[in-house]
Design a protein around this ligand. Structure first.
Ligand code: DCP
Ligand code: MG
Length: 390
């Protein structure tokens, strides 16, 4: 075995994910997939602590420069608890973990996966449905009633919304949003955030941050963007929430609350399928050749429309003075964000949000106009978006 004689990597791995560089592509995908499945299952069963522990363990494996072959390779690494180590050991020895595989096949995991896959359905709702005996979309439909507008849209566009969004599709949506923004507020700026900013090839949605260099100009912008898009028939669903951010002299009201208060729009776009968006191998390109009136065309009309697809899009409007914080907060990953806030609180007595950084020791807000400045204020080495894939 070539492994046994090579030097063990004795470089130190820092314990907060925001102190480390985590690339998108790494060498331990089968281990991290297993740990993240257990993390998700822990979320499904309302065990957040356990879920975060598994996610932190997975994130450590993502930073390693080579594949883990033996338990010894993990000596001295942070965040690997007893449970995670047991799972890793099983996979290294047997190829699979019995706990992971039985979880994957469990009725609860499978049902929760399907139900939380509906836009607008969180763990709480899915859990309640599960307890009521609902296991599938069909169960949910036959049960009837009691769906809110968001959940109904989630059900209506379920297949599309569970199909990954490609970079090309994200780009196409960006063009449309850019056009809308420029039409209603010249000079406004739009930035792609979320997973695509970290370099992901696909995403579950497309996230944009919108601002204007002149503070105050961005106020009330979202309803204008939304009505421009609606007039053009580009939205299948939207829910806009107003900016509710207030700065108090005594510091952030709820420092631990991690949901930001920007003007925001959760939406579902109706994206036209064009050759540029779909690539050349797409089915619908060929379907255009079918002669009118044929049986094939009949089927096409009755089944899912093929010249467009539904895409989840999140739009966020930030005042210019908060833009750097909003950008940092919306770039993710979720674990990276969580670790930044934990670092700020536990190591620096600061409170970080997508609006601002507050120094609890000095009782004052710290401003920044770039992500680099925020990392510096937090006493952290700058980590670029492509290395925030924890
Ligand atoms: N975010 C957050 N807390 C929230 C919502 C979002 O910290 N309540 C941040 C972290 C995410 C980013 O916003 O990375 C975008 O959220 P997404 O759920 O869209 O996650 P990603 O874009 O990272 O991944 P995906 O490809 O699944 O969209
Ligand atoms: Mg996203």
């Amino acid at each position: 075995d070539l492994q046994s004689n090579t030097d063990s990597p004795t470089f130190a791995i820092e314990s907060y994910a925001c102190q480390r560089r985590t690339p998108l592509k790494h060498h331990n995908a089968s281990l991290t997939e297993a740990l993240e499945l257990l993390a998700q299952n822990a979320e499904f069963t309302d065990n957040e602590g356990r879920s975060v522990a598994f996610r932190r363990a997975a994130a450590v494996l993502k930073t390693l420069p080579r594949a883990v072959r033996r338990l010894d390779d993990l000596k001295g690494l942070p965040c690997l608890g007893e449970h995670s180590l047991r799972v890793i050991k099983e996979i290294l020895e047997d190829g699979v973990s019995s706990e992971v595989e039985s979880t994957r096949q469990s009725e609860q995991y499978k049902a929760m996966k399907v139900l939380t896959g509906i836009f607008g359905v969180g763990t709480k709702t899915a859990e309640r449905w599960f307890r009521e005996g609902i296991r599938s979309l069909a169960d949910l439909k036959t049960r009837g009633g009691r769906l809110n507008r968001e959940q109904q849209a989630g059900l209506d566009y379920y297949d599309d919304l569970n199909r990954p969004v490609s970079k090309a599709e994200a780009h196409a949506i960006g063009q449309i949003v850019g056009e809308a923004v420029r039409a209603v507020l010249p000079g406004a700026e739009i930035t792609l955030t979320g997973g695509f900013r970290r370099g992901k090839e696909v995403g579950h949605d497309v996230d944009f941050l919108i601002t204007h260099p002149e503070e105050g100009k961005e106020e009330g912008l979202m309803p204008k963007i939304v009505s421009w898009l609606e007039t053009k028939g580009l939205l299948l669903y939207q829910k806009t929430t107003r900016n509710s951010y207030l700065e108090s002299k005594d510091g952030p009201v709820r420092p631990s609350h991690n949901m930001d208060r920007f003007e925001r729009c959760f939406s579902i776009f109706k994206l036209k399928r064009t050759p540029e968006v779909c690539g050349t191998s797409n089915q619908s390109a060929g379907q255009n050749d079918v002669t009118e009136g044929s049986d094939v065309r009949q089927q096409e009309v009755q089944s899912e429309p093929s010249d467009w697809r539904a895409v989840r899009v999140d739009l966020v409007v930030s005042p210019y003075s908060q833009f750097a914080f909003a950008l940092l907060g919306w770039t993710g990953s979720k674990l990276f964000e969580r670790e930044l806030r934990r670092w700020a609180g536990q190591e620096k007595s600061m409170s970080l949000s997508s609006h601002v950084l507050y120094d609890r020791a000095q009782n004052r807000y710290l401003r920044a106009s770039s992500e680099e400045e925020i990392f510096a204020l937090l006493g952290l080495e700058y980590i670029p978006p492509s290395q925030r894939n924890a």
